[in-house]
Design a protein around this ligand. Structure first.
Ligand code: BTN
Length: 258
């Protein structure tokens, strides 16, 4: 389906998967918040909220997401035909679609996936995903630094402009991302999470390497051994013991933060 960039927005039409719909706004508080409201009002699977800027962008673990104009901020309403308990796996589908979109428009960018679904260049964060559920729908929010990145020494970040790809437009990125996300969802539903897991691991950062995992109750260290069949991180301690981590912040052994 070809659609215009949306009410009030300039720019060329972009191609989206069949039945998907773009709602492009100049400024919102959070695209996830708006997408949630739209979903609660019955918005269809594939409704995309794209914004030029956010005034209250949200990150994981209750953090904020700095959202000036020039970067990519999108939230997609999904109504997966799968049990709600499996929906977190869609974070891996979306992370994979986003990194593949980056590599399609900027093939020389050396980026990797950080568990569960960040995109890093070296130790610097290029993009992050925030999944939220209304119970009936899943909101997949994605933020990617194109023109600028926050300057926070505790959380090093990078933008595509610093990598000589500042000319990529959010609409261009969205087109490739949405197409890849639909294909990934199809693969997930037909081939199962095992197919996604294998592709994700191919693009993973720190696989097999020492990591630290910050959990609400403290910190664990070990080797990033694997992802399990649900997407949980398998951490191997120095005695060969395995721990299954379902939520937490992962850092390389030498770094304080990322
Ligand atoms: C993280 O890495 O902490 C997740 C960041 C997710 C940011 C995106 S920007 C678009 C969408 N709307 C939000 O408020 N957050 C997500």
């Amino acid at each position: 389906m070809t659609v215009g960039a949306g009410a009030g927005a300039a720019g060329p039409a972009i191609r989206l998967p069949g039945g998907w719909h773009l709602d492009h706004r100049a400024s919102v508080d959070s695209t996830n918040e708006v997408a949630k409201t739209l979903a609660e009002a019955g918005a269809a699977h594939g409704t995309i909220l794209l914004a030029d800027q956010q005034t209250a962008g949200r990150g994981r673990h209750g953090r904020g997401w700095t959202s000036p104009p020039g970067n990519f901020y999108a939230s997609i309403v999904l109504r997966p035909m799968a049990p709600v308990r499996d929906w977190p796996q869609i974070g891996f589908v979306a992370g994979l679609a986003l990194i593949e979109a980056v590599l399609a428009v900027a093939p020389d960018v050396d980026c990797r996936l950080k568990w569960p679904n960040d995109i890093l260049v070296g130790d610097r964060k290029l993009a992050g995903l925030l999944l939220e559920s209304t119970g009936e729908a899943l909101i997949v929010g994605s933020g990617l630094n194109i023109a600028s990145a926050p300057d926070d020494p505790d959380r090093p970040a990078i933008d595509l402009a610093a990598l000589d790809h500042g000319d990529i437009s959010p609409a261009e990125l969205l087109e490739v991302y949405a197409t890849g996300l639909e294909a990934g969802l199809d693969r997930w539903q037909t081939a199962g999470f095992a197919a996604i897991r294998a592709l994700w691991l191919d693009r993973a950062r720190a696989l097999g390497q020492p990591i630290r995992v910050r959990l609400p109750g403290g910190e664990l260290t070990g080797r990033f051994a694997d992802l399990d069949a649900t997407g949980a991180l398998i951490l191997e301690d120095r005695h060969g013991g395995l721990r299954t981590i379902t939520a937490g912040d992962v850092f390389p052994m030498e770094a304080a933060c990322s």
